[in-house]
Design a binder for this molecule. Sequence first.
Ligand code: FAD
Length: 461
Amino acid sequence: DNPDLTAFKAALDGIRFHDSQKHLAARSHDYFWYSPILNDQLKDKIGDLLVVPQSVEEVMQVASLIAKYKLPLTLRGGGTGNYGQCVPMNGGVIMDLTRLDKVLEITKGHVRVQAGARISRLDDAAHETGQELLMYPSTRQMATIGGFLAGGSGGIGSLRHGMLRDPGNVSYVKIITVEEDPQVIELHGGDIQKVQHAFGTNGIMVELGLALTPKTDWIHTAALFDGYDRALNFATKAQKDGMDCYLLTAVERRFASYYTKFGDLFPADRDAIFAMVAPDEMDRFTAEAKAQGGRVSFAMTKEKIREAGLQPAYECGWNHTTLQALKVDPGWTYLQVAYPRPFDVDVVMRQMARYGDDIFWHHEMARQDGDIQIFALPLVRYRGKDEMYRLIAELEQTDGCTIFDPHVITIEDGGMKEIDTAQIDFKKRADPYGLMNPGKTRGWTDDMARRDDQHQQGETA
Ligand code: FAD
């Protein structure tokens, strides 16, 4: 019944939209339900209108109308974010970008692509030219490349190529501003950080350029160990020795009951390393596993894994591990933990002893700023919000870990810890009316409050 929304709808002039409750409900949520805290906060939020532009021109028309009618705008790719990034806090318009899905140009070492392209399609297109993406989230099948840049951080491949924000991984991003007369802004090099992990609060990405690397026919494999410390020692040594892997993820034995498809390939009395290993490194992988008292449980090409009805190794790590567990036991939630460098396996063993059945562990080998960086996304038995924050404080204070809190909706309270003034300054330019994804950045809310204060003080003076 909002007259501005009615006028907006009328002005769409042929641009595809949906306003049925069914469409709106399906497109107003993401994977925030991994967190009972976010679930309580977000489950009833819903947008008022879903628009599905088919071209950059239509995106620009929508951006112009949003600015004209001052409606909240929430962007959406695959909707696989974990922190309610796609949830419209104040209703308004949801823009689904998945029709902007063209792979524009693939050259040696580089791809230009529209932001709404699914990562799997993009990677498959790169494969046809003998190349592959440097990294992707474990949601490769559903997530879009724009959503990854705006909401993600790294994942499968980060072991080899670092995190998304490391220099050289993204070459440029094209942004549309939300103004009556929308502008196209192209960001290069370090300027890309202005919109990376900004949750779609400061401009609509429509196109980006990414580095590619020559394709490897990765072997999906698992090695089994009698002891999680042995598994971790194997993985960290493999990484230090520069073994050519695209994924090395350590998954402790208590997950075996959630990885049901693997049966005896991941038995309940062994801890596992799931990996994607270069074919010519398989002998070394097998020998090193043996040296740690382990053995290779299976080793298959991607095609063979599918034929066998198993998940690819990249769906056995990162946040897919949480998904596998939640399907069986909804009493779990999770945390995101970065370990101090250099990584010390004993810290993990102490944590396992300290938390017993309240936390199940898996660890991801990655690289950040050129250095080895180990992350964990442990399953945590949910015992209320206070207990969650007590645990976070303990992991930070006792073990020196950094927690990226997945139970909050703002950029600053989650991963980033502090207000990124460059992102906020860019928002003033790309979203001058503050319409994009309201409530997701404290930097903007604080800045508005400061401006209001200054304004009031000016009036009193
Ligand atoms: P969405 O969820 O649709 O959007 C994410 C954010 O980006 C939202 O704030 C949205 O408004 C914004 N956005 C979307 N498109 C645009 C655009 N064109 N312009 C500007 N802003 C935009 N993340 C990782 O980094 N690594 C992982 O390994 C990983 N594993 C995961 C596993 C599971 C099982 C799940 C559920 C999530 C995982 N995630 C991971 C989180 C998430 O999948 C990734 O961040 C993913 O890349 C998001 O892509 P998407 O297209 O689904 O984005």
